[in-house]
Design a protein around this ligand. Structure first.
Ligand SMILES: [Zn+2]
Length: 296
């Protein structure tokens, strides 16, 4: 296998079981499977479910949360505040499964309110690139381009505010959907443009679309299917456009069922990598190895 370039599509919340259920051949590619996420307590992961702002930086650095530098979705000045927040505000492990999405949204609201108060007092903030303590693959691989990577770039979630609004008030759901389609169109166009420019060895584009869609339309499988099909079709186009020497890797940071994140990710590749239940953080090293071989 001669690979000279790696193209990564980071699809937030792409659910393995749905790709399988709807038999989405383009998304599955030649090799595909579930990934093990860096969310164990031993790795210094403290949040109760796989969180986008932590898991993607783990993916691009190949490091678990503690070594990567971000262990929580908000950076708090005192650990005690965060522990309080987890203990009293967020459902505990065992309780999590029993609760319905509705209960959870009440908790979410309360959690968000407290979190907002702490934020408005400037006691907490969102993690950003400066919090990532180790180099990412983009820092070490020459000719690499990254677009909209959570935490690493600043523009990952153009529609986050609209997701919250749509969850609180159904009136906003059609508006949110329009925004989601807009993100899909803009970012898919960007991928095609970069394939044509051909000025990179490593390129990664991130899409937040599926996460928002599955939160907002958690009880509308047809709506979710429509977006999965859009992505499947898009990947088909990408596969036609890329050269033989390009590894196309599709990854997700977690899946989603009934509006809740699942504890595993998805990966697929257009070339045989021979992996079995890989860890999400393995890919950074696999990619570096493959691209490094070209220089030697
Ligand atoms: Zn989510």
């Amino acid at each position: 296998m001669k690979v000279k370039k790696v193209l990564i599509l980071g699809l937030d919340a792409l659910e393995y079981d749905l790709v399988e259920k709807w038999d989405l051949k383009n998304l599955k590619q030649e090799e595909y499977g579930k990934t093990i996420l860096p969310i164990s307590r031993e790795d210094g992961y403290l949040y109760p479910e796989p969180a986008t702002v932590i898991v993607w930086p783990c993916f691009i650095t190949g490091m678990p949360p503690k070594k990567m530098g971000i262990q929580t979705v908000k950076i708090y000045p005192f650990n005690i505040l965060y522990k309080f927040y987890l203990k009293y505000i967020y459902p505990q492990e065992g309780e999590k499964k029993k609760r319905s999405i509705k209960d959870k949204s009440v908790y979410r609201k309360l959690m968000d309110n407290i979190s907002n108060i702490i934020s408005s007092l400037h006691l907490s903030r969102e993690p950003n690139r400066e919090d990532i303590k180790v180099p990412s693959m983009f820092d070490v691989i020459p000719n690499s381009i990254h677009r909209h990577i959570p935490t690493y770039d600043k523009d990952a979630f153009p529609n986050r505010g609209m997701v919250v609004k749509a969850l609180e008030n159904s009136m906003y759901k059609p508006i949110f959907e329009k925004h989601a389609i807009k993100e899909f169109n803009e970012r898919t166009k960007e991928v095609i443009e970069y394939i044509e420019k051909n000025n990179w060895n490593l390129f990664m584009e991130y899409f937040s679309v599926l996460d928002g869609i599955q939160h907002v339309f958690y009880n509308k499988p047809n709506k979710i299917a429509k977006f999965y099909l859009m992505f499947d079709e898009f990947v088909g186009k990408v596969r036609e456009k890329i050269d033989d020497d390009t590894l196309l890797l599709i990854v997700s940071d977690h899946g989603q069922k009934r509006g809740l994140h699942t504890d595993y990710g998805f990966y697929s590749a257009n070339k045989p990598l021979g992996l079995k239940n890989p860890k999400l953080i393995d890919f950074r090293w696999i990619i570096e190895d493959i691209l490094g071989k070209n220089e030697r």
